[in-house]
Design a protein. Structure first.
Length: 326
């Protein structure tokens, strides 16, 4: 078998496996009664998977779909009727188109309005300022945008072009709907630090907990002292009542097929502790007052006299006879 033929066969096998996996997921979802779950994660995960099954931009961004769905569920539970989804670092626009598709599904499922915003220079990365921007990895003008092409394809998202340090504060002053999900893909420390100003805005412009995705925090030469991780650390140090934290053990709460996906370690929660709704019930734990804590009935073990008579069971271990005494 020639190499081109092997490549074609391998591609066909991958497609077949994917089809079988999706079919199995669909059958399991159709048969499951999500109202019986103690947690809301299984139902939200089913929504995420149904969205990702379609050939679309969203299918390439499961982390966006999962985070946005979590945010939308929180908003709906708290009675908030409109939310914002934001991507910092748009580049070619695939992620922003994914957010648009996700927003359309979220609007239908949760019956709320969703606005989508994308922030980018429109010219690629700016010049790195110092070692904190990881110039060993990134160079200026990388990841450029074809502005005209992207604008033609956008359906509802609004582009904010320019350095984020110049565009973020005017955006905040416009008082957009509460932010529910943010994707940070700015690569640099300096740009990320500027973008994090959105999480310092008036609590009215944020959900009490905002799901965040940080794209550039793992591998290579990323560290706690450079890039996005440094920006997160400085934000936490300078805000006593607002903290950005990983969602520990998230891989156990996403759809099983993503259990080993890298993005599960890149999803964080921004906690706005002074938000008036922070302590309000959020619907994640459906049966907090019962269900899991009720004393369960265990299967009854048959007593010796109830066992079948096919074999005799001794009532006790026979005593040991010390024959040396005789």
């Amino acid at each position: 078998m020639t190499r081109p033929v092997k490549a074609v066969v391998a591609k066909a096998l991958r497609k077949a496996r994917r089809y079988v996996r999706l079919l199995e997921e669909q059958i399991e979802e159709d048969a499951r009664d999500y109202s019986q779950d103690d947690f809301v994660y299984p139902w939200l995960n089913s929504l995420c998977l149904s969205l990702l099954r379609k050939e679309s931009y969203a299918a390439k961004k499961p982390q966006y779909a999962w985070g946005a769905i979590q945010g939308a569920h929180l908003a709906r539970t708290l009675g908030i009727g409109r939310i914002s989804l934001i991507e910092f670092g748009v580049a070619g626009g695939n992620g922003l188109r994914a957010l648009e598709e996700i927003a359309e599904q979220v609007e239908q499922v949760f019956e709320l309005g969703v606005d989508v915003y994308g922030f980018d220079t429109g010219k690629g990365l700016p010049q790195p300022r110092d070692y904190r921007d990881l110039p060993n990895l990134y160079r200026d003008a990388a990841f450029p945008m074809d502005i005209a092409k992207l604008k033609e394809r956008l359906r509802k998202a609004e582009l904010r072009l320019g350095l984020v340090e110049d565009t973020i504060e005017p955006f905040i002053r416009e008082e957009p709907p509460p932010v529910a999900f943010i994707a940070f893909d700015l690569d640099y420390y300096s740009s990320t630090a500027a973008a994090l100003k959105i999480l310092a805005a008036d609590p009215r412009l944020l959900l009490p907990r905002v799901h965040c995705y940080f794209d550039d925090i793992m591998g290579f030469t990323h560290s706690d002292y450079t890039g996005e991780r440094l920006a997160i650390a400085e934000f936490n140090a300078s805000h006593s009542a607002r903290k950005i934290s990983p969602i520990y053990g998230l891989k156990y709460f996403v759809p099983p097929r993503f259990r080993h996906a890298e993005w599960t370690e890149k999803i964080y929660l921004a906690h706005i502790f002074e938000h008036e709704l922070y302590g309000r019930y959020d619907g994640l734990l459906r049966r907090a007052s019962g269900g899991m804590t009720e004393l369960r009935e265990l299967p009854r073990r048959p007593r010796q006299e109830d066992r079948a008579t096919k074999r005799s069971v001794p009532e006790a271990v026979p005593p040991v006879v010390d024959r040396r005494a005789s």
